[in-house]
Design a binder for this molecule. Sequence first.
Ligand SMILES: [Zn+2]
Length: 489
Amino acid sequence: MSLKNLGYTLLALVLLFLLYTIVFTESGIDPIRPSAENYSVDYNKLSEQAASDLQKYLRIKTVRGNEIQGALFLKSILEKRAVPVKIIEYPGMRDRVSLVAELKGKDQTKGGVILTNHIDVVEVDLSEWSVPPFEGLRKGDRIYGRGAIDMKGLGLMQLYAFLLMKDLKIPLEHNLMFLSVADEESRSRFGTRFLLQDHRDLFKGYEFLLNEGGAGSKDIAIKGSKVFNIQHAEKGAVWLDLKVKGDSGHGSTPPVKYAAKSMIDFLEEVQKLGTTTVIHDEAAAFFYELGAISGFPNSFVLRRSRNPLLKLILNGVIDSSRHLRAMTRNTVSITGVDSHPSGINVITSETTGTIDVRVLPGSSEKEMFEKIKSLGEKYGVEVSARHLEPGTSSPVDGSLFRILAGVVSAVEPGAIATPFLSPGTTDSSYFRALGFKCYGLIPVLFTSEEIDGIHGKDESMTVPQLKMGIEILFRTLVEYNHFSKQSSK
Ligand SMILES: [Zn+2]
């Protein structure tokens, strides 16, 4: 081949690649637009009632315990509407209870939906709050209190949607459960994990869960945007204890190797495990949906997140956001290093540490542990696992996810839905591990300040937010039953 021909061939290849870049895009999600009857509901009136119930619920202090009082409150609302309620106590602990209420559907063997929420809340730092956190204070349209969002607010939206299904006598194709659990904030030993282990029968015929884990946001990702991030997956956790020993000595004459230095060299290398960006189909769909509401040139790049030519640009964006990094990478956090120092000129003989590694669904938590353990051998660092948990994922092409995605933009025009992978875990991870399909969404549009209130200060929820949440959840349940009926024809 002559030099000229080679030039033409190369030019043709470059043009072909450019053409591929322009034409080929990833794909987004596939929402199902609502098609069921839109029942006439006075959501304004309902959200005022829900607000008043939320005030009462927030006054019941359930900081990592005392769920019984919260459960009795929910029970009283359900029983007034003639819904039978079961309260299940963790053996030997009268305060740690969960609550179950059910509406039975036509086909009780499969397809049931569980609306799940937790009664416990986390503690508060009183010095940070500008309002009392356990008085259910209302100022204008806003109700303040620990748990207003996480998760008493969402729990009440679920309860109101559940009661609407009953009161309007919506024909149910499958079972519907309202489930309020204990102990979610302290890893669910007395709540979900106990129920799944000792009361598995409760969940026969159920297939789906609507839970916390994702939320709607406005103006956060992109100015003017309204984005409902529906959580469909959670990362796994690899929590490791580290220990290295060496000779002690004088700080003036350091040996080549000693404990503190070995630990630091090791940690330096472990951190490199968290630098590879992995974009799974769902992450590509997440970026694609954001692209749909972005201006050029971002829209061009976001819709082509796995294009090798554009990868560099996207990587820059991901690098600059800890949230995006957590969604697309295994991460390593150094959460403790201690060389047990005794004096500034003394080299000590032992250094201990802890790291919190989070793995994407699809990366094995056990393989990650083994990898870090063998790295440890290189530096003389002993690595032991305190807790290993796999990442979990539910499909985003299934009916309930697609229906929820369709309903949010019907209720809030101009809003989009994305498939969201959350770095932390919720009770959904225990259900997913048993095959349930779980989706997490607080169906409300929050500002970033409001989101900071979760586990933070001045947590609050407004009446219009309650209204939006009740409507989205109720219409999702209506559409789901409608869809099931159409599909079974
Ligand atoms: Zn929560």
